[in-house]
Design a protein around this ligand. Structure first.
Ligand code: PEP
Ligand code: MN
Length: 337
């Protein structure tokens, strides 16, 4: 349920309502927009039985929120959110580019890539230190050693750094070294992991599950947010369909659909969506046109020798060309790149 206050509602009226809700053991989420304040109610609203907020001082109207996700819901927070990460942010005014290798393979590989993507215009370095591989015999990541290189790359370039976490242990290690946690597609509904990420105290990028509906995805975001972490960014990375010519099928419609349902920023990963280097540039442009707040792109100094996801990784030259080509698209959408 949300309580929409009148434009001229006093702070006293707002606080009185918030106090009544909290007094019944429910949580209050205040969204102070340009014109109106919205009081969001989280919890079992049957406890509010007998209180008629419709006639309370300063209230315009009371609206039921039927969706099971509340904090992630656009009805709770009508303005698009900006998520601050390190000394940068992800939101409606910018086009955030996260780029880097699928996996951190060595100190040299990571630092070289960090300098190259920074020069081309990325504001984030991505790199996996804990790799959720389909086969247990594939390269599993450098773990904490990889995180140390991520931190070193941040110090050397000023880029914000993001790394996937696959367990509570990985979260505990990652928060010491990176600016943002990534929950990968395979863990989107690992609810215990989501709760731990919600307690980690740093922003979280939540990738869409391999076969997750948008509703399931937003409920996964709610798991993180309900632990007190409001800084969640969603990443569309393709879903499983019957089509086999690409690794996954990029659901570009997810971007405008999410826009209507949530205030959280949305980015697109055309690398994992397609698995094919040549398809990354056209879909990156498409994502910007659809309204994405950013892109995640895999880049490797020598894709032919990459320990994972080489076929979809761009070379430094290809990535530089891509960011150059994306600038007019970003401008057209009123975003800084
Ligand atoms: C990744 O970003 O490295 C990754 C494994 O992606 P996804 O979880 O989307 O498959
Ligand atoms: Mn990858």
């Amino acid at each position: 349920m949300i309580i929409i206050m009148k434009p001229n509602a006093s702070q006293e009226a707002i606080q009185k309502i918030a106090g009544q809700i909290e007094g019944k053991g429910l949580q209050v989420h205040l969204s102070e927009g340009h014109e109106v304040t919205i009081v969001g109610v989280v919890g079992d609203k049957s406890r509010l039985h007998g209180i008629n907020f419709e006639i309370a001082d300063g209230v315009d109207k009371v609206v039921a929120v039927t969706e099971s996700y509340k904090l992630a819901n656009r009805k709770f927070h009508p303005d698009a959110s900006t998520v601050p990460v390190g000394n940068t942010s992800i939101g409606p005014d910018t086009l955030t580019i996260m780029a880097g290798p699928c996996a951190v393979e060595s100190r040299e590989q990571l630092l070289e890539t960090a300098h190259a993507v920074k020069k081309a215009g990325a504001s984030f370095l991505r790199g996996g230190a804990y790799k959720p591989r389909t086969s247990p015999y594939s390269f599993q990541g450098l773990e904490e050693e990889g995180l140390k290189y991520m931190k070193e790359a941040r110090e050397a370039t000023g880029l914000a750094v993001i790394c996937e976490v696959t367990s509570q242990h990985a979260i505990e290690a990652a928060v010491k070294y990176v600016d943002m946690l990534q929950i990968g597609a395979r863990n989107m509904q690992n609810f215990e992991l989501l709760k731990e990420a919600g307690k980690a105290g740093i922003p979280v990028l939540l990738k869409r599950g391999l076969s997750a509906t948008i509703d399931e995805w937003l409920n996964a975001a709610e798991y993180i947010m309900s632990e007190g972490n409001e800084y969640v960014v969603l990443c569309e990375r393709g879903i499983r369909t019957y089509e086999t010519s690409t690794r996954n099928t990029l659901d570009i419609s997810a971007v405008p659909v999410l826009r209507g349902k949530t205030h959280l920023p949305v980015i697109v990963d055309p690398s994992h969506a397609t698995g094919v280097r040549a398809y990354v540039p056209p879909l990156a442009k498409c994502a910007i046109a659809a309204g994405a707040d950013g892109l995640m792109i895999e880049v490797h100094p020598n894709p032919a020798c990459a320990l994972s996801d080489g076929p979809q990784s761009l070379t430094f030259g290809q990535f530089e060309q891509l960011t150059e080509d994306l600038r007019p698209y970003a401008r057209l959408e009123g975003r800084n790149l």
